[in-house]
Design a protein around this ligand. Sequence first.
Ligand SMILES: [Zn+2]
Ligand SMILES: [Zn+2]
Length: 129
Amino acid sequence: MKRHSKQRDLIMEALGKLDHPTAAEIHAYILRQYPKISLGTVYRNLSELAAAGVILRLPSGDGSDRFDCNADEHFHVICTGCGRIFDILSHLPKDAIESLDKTAREHTGVKITGRDISFKGICPDCASR
Ligand SMILES: [Zn+2]
Ligand SMILES: [Zn+2]
């Protein structure tokens, strides 16, 4: 196996185990079993995977992007307290999406082919602090 794909395998495994991690969290996870990998290598691989559409890059606003191994369209709720990202697993109601698409199309003339929707709020952990 090539070194390159071994690194990718480790990164994809970490992405599957962690919950919308940052590059630093993925790096820390992989270091436990593969002590030689650098943060730069992790970041470069993540960028390539995101550019290829294999994973999603989620800008979090505080500077450290998070990554998602689920590249299928799904929506997120972001905690503004701790930065944690939650998946909304059951999608928004279909008629709500169609209504949003229609509004977007009517205002811009653009045929809508995809959506990137996130909600913000305070998670239960942060709310109880
Ligand atoms: Zn929180
Ligand atoms: Zn997600």
